[in-house]
Design a binder for this molecule. Structure first.
Ligand code: NAP
Length: 292
């Protein structure tokens, strides 16, 4: 059971969205906030967390899987290049993506944190990046390994489904909130496109990202039918120079290789500019649709 129960979540009042680059200001948890999961230790998620801290004045919740003793160290790590950002805007939640108990526990911790910092009934997700993904780069059927396949699907698909279950109740409802739709974003990959598969290989990663595309479509239909003022999309960041892709930089047919910061900047720009007619589909960093 989600911390907020099922259905549409809270009914926030009309609050202006997308307050980009307005500098530091007093804020509370009675309005929009950002969620990035995972986004606290490294890779694209960390860059997205920093990008939202840098380019908005909203509270940012981000997740990691380390013990709570590591909180201060993780916060320092995230804030290190952000000298002008108010650190009290950053909030950590602990999630191991392979455990539903961990995901549901973090949902309850979010509810408690929102209550502690303001009027939690009026707080809502403005943008959520659900970014869990791992890669075992199988080249041929002989490389397929039960544990690797299982972990790939747990992280790349099942965790996304359970994030929807436990965190989407924090999305705004259409009834009382008339602003720009909130964005619920799954980080996919172009290799999840069946139509675009010209090379083979990476069996479990490709298959998991293809399944994720179906999750995007299905959840977006739910949002449409259940009066949420939110849209769901998938995104492909291009090749990002992270631990996941080490050894493959520049090897894609479209050799787009980005630093994590540049990739995060591209995705935030793309996502914040999305319009209703783009919902339920997968978009690459440049705004081109990735075919199913
Ligand atoms: N890099 C690329 O070129 C590329 C291209 C297309 C799509 N993507 C997608 O972008 C997303 C981010 O990838 P990335 O390149 O940033 O990967 P990455 O550098 O390998 O970072 C992975 C992140 O996921 C966390 N993580 C992994 N397993 C976890 C678990 N069980 N529970 C909690 N956290 C877990 C890691 O936490 P720890 O630090 O604790 O290990 C780390 O923060 C993925 O969905 C990936 O498929 C990446």
């Amino acid at each position: 059971m989600s911390a907020r129960g099922g259905g549409g979540g809270p009914f926030p009042p009309s609050i202006p969205l997308l307050i980009l680059r307005i500098g530091r200001r007093v804020f509370s948890m009675s309005g929009p906030f950002i969620l990035v999961s995972p986004g606290a230790t490294r890779g694209l998620g960390l860059a997205l967390t920093r990008q939202y801290l840098r380019s908005t004045s909203l509270p940012v919740y981000t997740t990691h899987r380390l013990e709570s003793e590591a909180h201060a160290r993780i916060k320092d790590h995230i804030m290190e290049p952000l000298k002008d950002v108010d650190p009290s805007r950053l909030h950590l939640l602990k999630i191991d993506l392979r455990s539903e108990d961990s995901i549901s526990g973090a949902s309850k911790a979010l509810q408690e944190s929102l209550a502690k910092h303001g009027d939690e009934k009026k707080a809502y997700i403005r943008t959520a990046f659900i970014a869990g993904g791992i890669l075992f780069p199988e080249k041929s059927p002989a490389d397929l390994d039960w544990d690797h396949i299982k972990e790939t699907f747990q992280t790349n698909v099942i965790s996304h489904l359970l994030m929807i279950k436990h965190f989407s109740p924090f999305l705004p409802a259409r009834k009382q909130y008339k602003g720009e739709p909130a964005k619920w974003v799954h980080v996919g990959a172009r290799v999840g496109s069946v139509a675009d598969n010209h090379r083979g290989g990476w069996y479990s990663y490709r298959a998991s990202k293809a399944a994720l595309n179906q999750v995007v479509k299905t959840f977006d239909i739910h949002l449409k039918l259940h009066t949420n003022n939110a849209i769901c999309v998938g995104v492909h960041p291009g090749t990002v120079k992270t631990d996941l892709s080490k050894g493959y930089w520049g090897s894609e047919e479209r050799s787009e290789s980005f630093t994590p910061d540049d990739a995060a900047g591209n995705l935030v720009k793309l996502v914040e500019g999305l319009e209703d007619h783009q919902r339920g589909r997968v978009w690459d960093w440049a705004g081109e649709e990735v075919p199913p």
